[in-house]
Design a binder for this molecule. Structure first.
Ligand code: UD1
Ligand code: CA
Length: 475
C-alpha cells in the first residue's frame, strides 16, 4: 500500500520504511520494565505505535529498534509481523538509527517514530510522508505548537525564511529558547542516503553524553543539506510518556476517546470517566454500562445488555440481552443471550453460561458449562463441570473437583435438581432428571430419574431440651 506520488524525476515508486525507536530503558519512569511496554488504553505503548505504522506501510517494512530487555519487547509485539533491529548498547536516538543502517539499506526514505508516543495517527504519519516526498529534503521534522512545551526539544528556525537551523534539547536551551513553543515531536522523515552519509558526524558532547538524532538538523545544515519542519494540526497526537504522570494522562485521554466512540455507536455509558475500557473492546448498541465498570482485553459484549457497577470483565464474550449485576468478575468466560449474572458472581476461565441461565451471588465457576435455562443462584462452586439444561443447582452446592493431585469432572444431566448444601465428589455423574437431597455428600453416580440421599438419618430426642434446662435450674 504505497500511496505516495513518485518523484517526477524517477519512474520508480520510492521505497519507504518506518523505523520505531524502542530501545530505551525509560529512566524517568523509575521502572525495571522497558518503557515501551508500559500500557495505556490496556496495550503497550509500542503496540499502539506499530498499529498506526501498519496502516501506512506493510509490517515487513516496519523496523522496531529494540535494546533494553530486547527479548521481552520483541515477544510482546512479535504477532504484528514487524522486523526487529537490535541497538546494543543504547547510546541515544541518533545511535538507534546508526544501528539500523544495514536494515534500511534497501530503502529510499525512512519515517522515524518514537515508541513512547502512542497517540500518533496513521493520517499524521501519512501527512509527514507526503510532505517529505513532495519536498525531498534530507530531513523533515514533524513539529507541534504546544501550550506547555516543557521537556521537549525546540525547533530553531532562521529569521524570515523559517528554515530550520537546529533542534535544541530542553536541557541545553537558553531562557529565550525555552519560551519557544514549536517543539520537536520526535517523528521525522529522512532520505536514507543523506542520513547514513552524515550520521557519523553526530557527537556526544551533550548533558547525557548520547548521540542525539535531533542533532542531524545541525549536521545537515552545516553540510548544506535541506532540513524542513512541518507542523501537525493535532499536537495532542505527539505527546510522549516520559513520566508516570504523563502515562496516566494519556491513558485517561485514550479511554475517554474509547467511551466517546462507543457512545457514538449506541452504547450508554454513565459517568464514563469512572469506566476503564480497553482499546479492543466491542460493545453492541443499546447496552448500558454503569459507573465504575472495567471492560478489558478482547472483551466483546452484545446488544441490549446492562453491565452494572463494579463489574470487571476481561477477555470474555457476552451475548445479547445479558444482565450483569453489580460486582461480577469475569475472565475468559462466555455468557450467551439472555443469561443473568450476579451480584458478585466470579466466572473464571472456561466458564460457559448458556442462554437464559442464571448465575447468582457468590457463585464461582471454572471450566464449567451451565446449560440453557439452568440456575445456580447462591453460594456455590462449580469447577470442571458439565451441566445440562433446566438444572437447578441449590444454594451452597460444591463440586469437589480436586483430590490434591488431579482435577475430576462432574456431569449433571438435563433437568436434575440438586438440593441445597450438596457436595458432589468428582468424578461423579447425576443422571437425567434425578434428584439429590439437601446436604448430601454424593460420591457415586446417581441413575436417571432417581433420588439420592447421602446424609445420616435424623434422630429426635423428645423432651431432651426441657430436661437439660430443668437439670441446670436444680443444680
Ligand atoms: C526526544 C527528542 C526531543 C523530542 C522528544 C519528543 C532526542 C535527543 N530528543 O526526547 O527533541 O522533543 O523526543 O517526544 O531525540 N531510544 C532508543 N535508543 C536510545 C535512546 C532512546 O531507541 O538509545 C528510544 C526510546 O525508547 C524512546 C525514543 O527513542 O521510545 C525517544 O527517546 P527518549 O529518551 O524518550 O527521548 P526524549 O527525551 O523524549
Ligand atoms: Ca520521550
Amino acid at each position: 500500500m504505497r500511496k505516495s506520488k513518485p518523484n517526477p524525476g524517477s519512474s520508480k515508486q520510492p521505497r519507504i520504511a518506518i523505523a520505531i525507536m524502542a530501545a530505551g530503558k525509560g529512566t524517568r519512569l523509575k521502572s525495571k520494565h522497558p518503557k515501551v511496554l508500559s500500557e495505556v488504553g490496556g496495550k503497550p505503548l509500542l503496540a499502539h505505535v506499530i498499529a498506526a505504522a501498519r496502516q501506512v506501510v506493510p509490517p515487513e517494512d516496519i523496523f522496531a529498534i529494540v535494546g533494553y530487555q530486547a527479548d521481552r519487547v520483541r515477544q510482546a509485539v512479535e504477532n504484528t509481523g514487524v522486523q526487529f533491529v537490535i541497538q546494543e548498547p543504547q547510546r541515544g536516538t541518533g545511535h538507534a538509527l546508526m544501528s539500523a543502517r544495514r536494515a534500511l539499506a534497501n530503502y529510499d526514505h525512512v519515517i522515524v517514530l518514537s515508541g513512547d508516543a502512542p497517540l500518533i495517527s496513521p493520517e499524521t504519519i501519512a501527512m509527514l510522508r507526503d510532505f517529505h516526498l513532495k519536498h525531498r529534503p534530507a530531513m523533515t521534522i514533524l513539529s507541534a505548537e504546544l501550550e506547555d512545551p516543557t521537556g521537549y526539544g525546540r525547533v530553531l528556525r532562521k529569521g524570515k525564511s523559517g528554515a530550520v537551523q537546529a533542534v535544541v534539547e530542553e536541557k541545553s536551551c537558553s531562557p529565550a529558547q525555552r519560551k519557544m513553543r514549536e517543539i520537536n515531536s520526535g517523528f521525522y522523515a529522512f532520505g536514507v542516503e543523506p542520513l547514513y552519509e552524515f550520521i557519523d558526524k553526530l557527537r556526544t558532547d551533550n548533558p547525557h553524553a548520547e548521540y542525539y538524532l535531533t542533532d542531524m538538523a545541525e549536521v545537515f545544515r552545516k553540510a548544506k543539506e535541506q532540513v524542513v519542519a512541518v507542523r501537525t494540526d493535532n499536537p495532542s497526537e505527539i505527546l510522549g510518556t516520559n513520566t508516570r504522570a504523563e502515562l496516566v494522562d494519556l491513558d485517561r485521554n485514550l479511554r475517554r476517546e474509547k467511551c466517546m466512540q462507543l457512545m457514538a455507536a449506541g452504547v450508554t455509558i454513565f459517568y464514563p470517566e469512572t469506566c476503564v475500557i480497553d482499546a479492543d473492546v466491542e460493545v453492541g448498541a443499546d447496552t448500558t454500562i454503569e459507573p465504575f465498570v472495567q471492560l478489558l482485553g478482547h472483551t466483546c459484549i452484545g446488544a441490549d445488555c446492562r453491565i452494572r457497577s463494579y463489574s470487571v470483565i476481561q477477555n470474555s464474550e457476552i451475548g445479547d440481552g445479558v444482565l450483569v449485576r453489580p460486582g461480577c468478575v469475569l475472565d475468559e468466560a462466555r455468557v450467551a443471550n439472555g443469561a443473568s449474572l450476579g451480584p458478585y458472581s466470579h466466572l473464571r476461565p472456561g466458564s460457559d453460561i448458556a442462554e437464559d441461565a442464571h448465575v447468582g451471588n457468590f457463585v464461582e465457576t471454572k471450566k464449567t458449562r451451565l446449560g440453557k435455562g439452568s440456575k445456580a443462584n447462591h453460594l456455590t462452586y462449580l469447577g470442571d463441570a458439565e451441566i445440562g439444561e433446566g438444572v437447578n443447582v441449590g444454594a451452597g452446592t460444591i463440586t469437589c473437583n480436586y483430590d490434591g493431585v488431579h482435577k475430576h469432572k462432574t456431569i449433571i444431566e438435563d433437568e436434575v435438581f440438586v438440593g441445597s448444601d450438596a457436595t458432589l465428589v468428582a468424578p461423579v455423574k447425576l443422571g437425567k432428571g434425578s434428584y439429590v437431597a439437601a446436604a448430601s455428600c454424593i460420591t457415586e453416580d446417581v441413575p436417571a430419574d432417581s433420588l439420592a440421599i447421602a446424609r445420616s438419618k435424623q434422630i429426635v430426642k423428645e423432651g431432651w431440651a426441657r430436661q437439660k434446662r430443668a437439670a441446670k435450674k436444680g443444680g
